[in-house]
Structure formats: structure tokens, C-alpha cells
Design a protein around this ligand. Structure first.
Ligand code: RB5
Length: 149
């Protein structure tokens, strides 16, 4: 299950991506926003990131104007690896090396066509494991330490 969220700055791109995912019959849920009226991006980052953090969803997509606010917010949630990507290389690496469970993009940075392509690349890529798993384990250890401290 994949969940999507955006603020007003990402609404147009989210709509284009949702249409593409529905055409491809990918199981997904749109958690808003539902118009181009101004909203606060942390509210939608929290909806998507908490669904991924709890295991209710396996993957998420978040879009704001630049992607920056969404990535800062989503990475506060335990177990979330939210990656802000701008091109096909970073979209592929986000999965292969970082096993990113949330893809973040900027709706004011990418055209809808480019954004859709990055989603396709991220979904098709596979986590490489090995030394990259070791690094993700270190991120988890940092997360555990921060929570305890
Ligand atoms: C909203 O104007 C804008 O600040 C937001 O979409 C995002 O770019 C924040 O990082």
C-alpha cells in the first residue's frame, strides 16, 4: 500500500502522479490536500509519515513546493527514510542505497512528466542490501539513541 500527500505547492504534481498510479493499478490512498488552497505542509507530512512509520502503508510519496519542508517533517518519524529527489539518478539511488520508504519531490521544481518518471524509477528500483543495510542499521541505531536520550 502506498500513501500520497502534498500541500498546495505539490497539489498539481500529486494529482498527475495519482492518475498515473491508478492507471497502473497500484494500490494507493490519497491523504490530501485536495485543492490548491494554502495549507501547512507538516500536517500532510505527518499523515503520510505516520502511516509509513506504523506499517499501515509500506511506501509514501510527499510533495510540496520544493520538497524541502516535507522531507524535514517526514524524517522526524521513527523508521521513516524520506528522500528528496530531483532526477532519475537520485530517484534510483534513493531506493538502491537508502531504501527510502518515502519519495519526496518539489512540485515547483519538476514538471508533471518528470515527476511521474521519477516515481516510476523509484518504484522499479530494488534495495541493494549488503553494505547499504549496514549503513541503514547505523541510522536506526542513531534513532534509538536519540529516542532514549
Ligand atoms: C509553500 O509556499 C512552500 O513553502 C512549501 O510548499 C514548501 O516548498 C516548503 O518546503
Amino acid at each position: 500500500m502506498l500513501v500520497l500527500g502534498s500541500d498546495h505547492g505539490g497539489y498539481e504534481l500529486k494529482t498527475a502522479i495519482l492518475e498515473m498510479l491508478q492507471e497502473k493499478a497500484v494500490e494507493c490512498t490519497d491523504l490530501g490536500t485536495n485543492s490548491s488552497a494554502s495549507v501547512d505542509y507538516p500536517d500532510f507530512a505527518a499523515k503520510v509519515a505516520s502511516a509509513v512509520s506504523s506499517g499501515e502503508a509500506q511506501l509514501g510519496i510527499l510533495i510540496c513546493g520544493t520538497g524541502i519542508g516535507m522531507s524535514i517533517s517526514a524524517n522526524k518519524f521513527s523508521g521513516v527514510r524520506a528522500a528528496l529527489v530531483h532526477d532519475e539518478f537520485t530517484a534510483q539511488m534513493a531506493r538502491e542505497h537508502n531504501n527510502a520508504n518515502i519519495l519526496v519531490m518539489g512540485g515547483r521544481v519538476l514538471t508533471p512528466e518528470k515527476g511521474k518518471k521519477l516515481v516510476e524509477v523509484w518504484l522499479a528500483a530494488e534495495f541493494a542490501g549488503g553494505r547499504h543495510q549496514q549503513r541503514l542499521d547505523k541510522i536506526s541505531a542513531i534513532e534509538q539513541k536519540v529516542i532514549k536520550d
